[in-house]
Every structure is written in C-alpha cells, then in structure tokens.
Design a protein around this ligand. Sequence first.
Ligand SMILES: [Zn+2]
Length: 540
Amino acid sequence: MKSALALSLTVLVTVGVAAQRGRGGAPSQPTAPTPPGPPRVELLKKEAAAEVEAMRVQTQQMVDQVFSFAELGFQEFETSTYLTALLEKNGFKIERSYAGVPTAWFATWGSGKPVIAIGSDIDDIPQASQKPGVAYHDPIIAGAPGHGEGHNSGVPLNITAALVVKKIMEREKLPGTLKLWPGVAEELVGTKAYFIRAGLFRDVDVSLFAHVGSNLGASWGGGFGTGLVSIEYTFKGESAHSAGAPWRGRSALDAVELMDIAWNFRREHLRLQQRSHSIITNGGDLPNVVPQNASVWYYFRETDYEHIKELREIGDSIAKAAAMMTNTEVSSRLLGSAWPQHMNKTLAETMYANIVSVGLPAWDADDIALAKGIQKELKQPQIGLATQLNPLRGGLDPEQNMGGPSDDIGDVSWVVPTVTLGYPANIPNLPGHNWANAIASATPIAHKGVTAGAKVQAMTIIDMLMRPELVQGAWDYFRNVQTRDQKYIPFIGPDDQPAITMNEKIIEKYRPEMKKYYYDPTRYKTYMEQLGIKYPTVRQ
Ligand SMILES: [Zn+2]
C-alpha cells in the first residue's frame, strides 16, 4: 500500500501535469509502452522522423500562416482554404463544407484498410490577439481574436506527418487510407458530434488526434476532465416605455437575471465535479425600452453522461421557472456539446513508445528566456520549458475526477478507438484561453514542438499501417473494456444543427484590419520577422 505522503505527491504531480495539458484528473498507474515492431517497421519509422525533420521549414510556414489568420470558430475560412489547398496540391481528395459546416472539410489519400483519421482543432480565442515572441500583453490588433490556445499548429503537424507517411506508403506500396480533418469551432465544442452524425468516422479504424500542450505526451482511459452541453436560453417578453408605461412591459432581461440568480443558488447543492458558467448574449437594447427579448448562454459541465444530462434538466427547469416568474416565454438552442473523453489504451501505449523515441525538443537560451519572461510577467514559478517527459498515464479512477475542461474529441473517442497526442508547442503555467497562450504559438518553441509532435504522429501512423495486431488490440480495448457498460448517446438531437453563424459579426468587424497582417512566406522567413519582432522580447 502506498503511504499517504507518496499518494499525495502523486496527486500533486499528476494534477500539475494535467493542469498544463488543460485537464483535471485523478492519479493513475503508469503502464508500459508498446514494444518495438519488426525491424522493417522500426526502420521506416526512423526514416519518417528524419523526413519530418527535413520538412521543418514548411512546417514552420504552416504554423505561422494559420497563426496569422487567427480565426474564431465557424469562421475559419482563410485557414481551411489554405490547408485544403496544400493537401489538394499533394494529391489528397478534398470534401468541402462537410456536415453543413462551411469551414469544415476532410481530405483523403490512399486506398483500403486501415483507414486512419488524423485530426486537430483550428479555431482561436476572442480578444487574444498577441505579438508572438513578446513576453507581455502586446496585441497585433487590440480587441481582435488570436491563437490564445495554440490551435494554429495541430493541423500543420498532421499535414507534415501525413505527407511524410504518404511518400513512404507510395514507395513501399503499403495499403491504407489517410483521412485528415479539422476540429472546427472546438472552443464552442460545436462540430465533432455533427461530423459523427454525418458519418465521418463510419469507415475509420483508428483515430489519432493532436492537441497543443507544454509537453509531449499521451494518456489512456477516462476519468479526467468533463463533458458538457452548451445551451442558449432566449426569453421573449413585451416591450413598453420603461418610464411611461412600465406596467405594460414584461422584461425578458428580468428572466435572464432570475435564471442566473437561481442557478447560482442551486450551485451550492450540485456535485463538486460540476463546472457551469454563463454569459448574457443579449441584455436588451436601451434602458428606456423594456427588453422584449434577452438571452443567456450556459456551459453545463460534468464528468459523465448521466450527470451532464441531469445538469441540463436542472437548467431547463430553472429557465422555465424564470419564464413563469416574469410572464415571459422561453426557448432554448443547443449550441455545442462534448462527451467526456476516453482514450484508447493500445493507441496510447503505441504512441507513447514513439514519444520516448523522439523525446523533447532541444530548447535554446532564447526559448527558455521567453518562457521564463512570461512566467515572471504572470507571477508564476519560472520553470522555463518542459525538459522531462511525463510517464504514460492511464486507468484513471472516475471517482477521483474533480472536473475540468472538455473537448468534443470526447465524442469521437466513444465511436472509434482514439488517442490524443499532446505536443510541446507552448509554455507551462499559463492561464489558457488568454493572450499569454499565444506568445509562443508562432515562435521556435511552437516550431520545434510541432516538428517533435509530427515525428510521433508519423511513426504512430506507420505502426497502425504495418502492425494490424495493434489496430485489433485497440478495438479489443474499445469493445471489451471501454464500451462494455457505457454506450455513446449523442447530446445532439436529430433536429439540432451546427451553430454556423456564431462569431460572424466579430470576424466581419476585424477582418479588414487582420488581412494586413496575414503572413507572407514569400517575403519573410518567419512571421516574427514580418512583424519586426526581436526574439525573445522580454520585459527588463
Ligand atoms: Zn484546445
């Protein structure tokens, strides 16, 4: 039995790691990476890693280019046009406007089994515009969106890996299909359930996902983070002159405020694992007009399907009660949803073996100076960048899950064996969803981290193509362990539709100014060079 001290130490270390990767989580038992494959496979994996290294300039250009587009969820038009053009030029077949989402697509190359889905998110964060390489708040355009999460680097990582593997597949005549896809509007958890409904994963054997972090890693099992439903409640009342005849009005805003008050009282009596937050998206037009309509937008997060459903029902009844109190009417719209994630054991163990073989990038003094500069700026421990891999984590105890963020890759993980590669393109100890998370995202930290990640991804794809027993092992775990007692029931109903007009107005407002700052790789080696930034720029 573990001593209490050892146990609490494990908790501390795991929570620290989890926080960096944006996840809450319980302590876990380390498991062993998958042993190496036959010599031919290992040789091709080595070659793939060398080819990824040789592509680092193209990788850097893709990372910088998407960073400069800086598009919010459902508005990733420049990003998707650019990425699909690249893939098309390299022989991929593109399906555009997928699942009724104008910025969604998927790209396929190859033929036959296995079909390997390779995905990552592409959207960014409101008001997170930030000059890369600068260790204090210094927006490119004040108020504009920016990659304050680092979603600019995941699809570039996947493209590098896929192009390298494609070349090897052609030469070695390996059967298999590569299927690249973007996580559109991940911050709204707005599309992955719709991609599933449209059939994106129906023919897929394994799904490899990539998400930015501050270390190279993978984990398996569930029991970390949350899932959620995102719902906007809209109340409809009656307008009147606020001073002349207020008794003739019925305020929709009153209903919104009463709903918020009721929810915040109710919060005391909800499980500690829940996370819920809201913003008022419409609070009326003028104080002297009784608001005839008003809306409030909630994220209801919990650690499992049943509890998420329960929170949603509480939300619905509180909304109805608020409508009754104010004699208004309420309607609601599902804007997004995510299942809690459950990552595949075989896939994580295989990916982890490649992580160990690739190792962390060699950071230089400038990279570390930027990292310590922002950590100092934000009054965080100045630990610099990751220099040690975390152990492979798995088999987390759901009872110990204290909640945390969500990602709609969770839905995908319940329909096909899935693993997420965390890659070190960012700095530890940042707040997340903030300008600070954008400072590294178009610097050598991101470029090196993405190259390391692309090596792991390419090697893992080769494992899946050439070692059918691993694909079999992934499905054994998926069928006999993960989904034995828990089946996927989507939160979206048959009539729900993706919220494709979200963020339209914000992008419209900033687009003309943002265009002036799109990266031009024909004139500048890097985006920082184009912006005239000295790397690193740190407060003295
Ligand atoms: Zn993310």
